[in-house]
Design a protein around this ligand. Sequence first.
Ligand code: ZN
Length: 100
Amino acid sequence: MAEYKCYVCERPVKTGEKFTFTKKGGVHMDCFVAERRKEIQPEKAEQLRVLSQILDSELQHLINILAVQGVPEDMKEKVRLKYKDIEKAAGDTTRMISEL
Ligand SMILES: [Zn+2]
């Protein structure tokens, strides 16, 4: 996996860490949620709580797919498409959190 730097804490994002992408670049999920928590109106806090739990489970799902061992050569494309689906879902959730 390519090396990304988190734009909040400025540490590199390591494989197996939960991270996402916004317009500003790559960011740890925890850094992103903490930053948004400071920026949003207090009445949006419940929405942030729910969306961040959904994002957490989507990013965990991505990590779990990457951890699947011994994928046969003729299945690699299927697994890649499954990964892409979840990645897209996580991207949508990230966008929703960005727009709170
Ligand atoms: Zn970070």
